[in-house]
Design a protein around this ligand. Structure first.
Ligand SMILES: Cc1cc2nc3c(=O)[nH]c(=O)nc-3n(C[C@H](O)[C@H](O)[C@H](O)COP(=O)(O)OP(=O)(O)OC[C@H]3O[C@@H](n4cnc5c(N)ncnc54)[C@H](O)[C@@H]3O)c2cc1C
Length: 283
């Protein structure tokens, strides 16, 4: 299908973009990789597209003592090719390898993915796993929203209609941190049927601490699996501990059934992928 007629604006500041969002049924467009297909199917027919492309300062990747700041317009390809990030945030770079195909990674953006909130997307999983903070600007000014509060359902977030994501902050990543990322999709580049992002630290006595395990694809939104994390914290990171955490993860999810996979299959994937991600982390 063709798109419904739509007006287009390319403001040069966030404030101007926010003001435009309040004028009518308007939508931000960033990479267009999710919005354009949705509009082509007429699942959305906004009156106005507000393009972020001329707004400066939303495309920065900054590493400082607060952690890793990714501007909303940062593209997947820019994360993939920034050599600093391979050591500064290896969990992120591993996850982004799994996002879609080259052409889509060349246009799709961090802000678009967070706002779209597809339950099978990798970036929201990293945000949830790493306790990221998402900065948004609207007519009420700047708000900082913890990832744990930001995602509320499939394709649903706490973003208000006149708010724009400006950046996400991932807290500092210690070099000694152990991490694993596993997803299963039918073909490379497809959305995941299920996936797990995980990390933990190790105390001087060899026990795991600070376990963070997040699910995507097998839940209505990306979230941490606190029951699975509890099986890991304070224990030696052994195969038995990982198996217990994996069982807890599977018990904790309530996956959807759809044309791609039934719920039971996705639950089994969560157990397998949690076990594998933790084993990878222990290498
Ligand atoms: C064939 C195909 C396969 C894909 N596979 C994957 C995959 O495996 N994993 C994955 O994660 N993604 C996948 N994607 C989606 C892709 O990563 C998108 O790029 C991403 O989800 C959206 O980013 P975008 O910049 O294109 O956003 P857009 O399409 O421009 O926008 C998406 C939504 O976010 C809103 N929005 C955009 N930017 C902002 C902002 N800064 N503030 C507030 N709202 C904003 C828009 O209004 C719109 O509602 C796939 C896409 C396609 C077409």
């Amino acid at each position: 299908m063709k798109l419904s007629p739509v007006r287009y604006a390319a403001p040069t500041s966030v404030e101007e973009a926010v003001a435009l969002l309040a004028t009518c049924d308007a939508k931000i467009i960033s990479g267009g990789q999710s919005l354009m297909p949705i509009m082509a199917f007429r699942l959305a027919s906004p009156e106005l597209l507000v393009d972020l492309k001329k707004i400066k300062g939303l495309g920065d990747i900054v590493l400082d003592s607060e952690g890793l700041h990714l501007g909303a317009k940062v593209k997947w390809i820019e994360i993939e090719t920034d050599v600093r990030l391979k050591t500064a945030h290896p969990l992120l770079t591993k996850a982004i390898e799994h996002v879609a195909h080259y052409q889509i990674r060349n246009r799709g953006t961090v802000g678009g993915s967070l706002a779209h909130a597809d339950p099978a997307s990798e970036m929201p999983a990293i945000a949830a796993c790493c306790d990221a903070v998402i900065s948004v600007v609207g007519s009420g000014g700047l708000r900082k929203i913890n990832a744990a509060d930001f995602f509320v359902g499939a394709l649903q977030t706490r973003l208000e209609p006149d708010e724009i994501i400006v950046k996400i902050l991932l807290p500092p990543w210690p070099a000694t941190r152990r991490w694993g990322f596993q997803e299963f999709s039918r073909r490379r580049g497809d959305f995941a049927l299920a996936g797990i992002a995980a990390y933990f630290d190790v105390e001087p006595d060899g026990r795991a601490t600070n376990a963070h395990i997040a699910v995507f694809g097998a839940s209505d939104y990306q979230r941490r699996l606190t029951g699975a994390e509890a099986e890991l914290n304070g224990k030696k990171p052994t195969a038995d501990t990982f198996a217990a955490a994996a069982r807890a993860a599977a018990a904790e999810v309530d996956p959807p059934s759809d044309i791609h996979a039934p719920a039971d299959y996705r639950r089994a994937l969560v157990e397998t992928l949690t076990g594998r991600a933790l084993a990878d982390a222990n290498r």
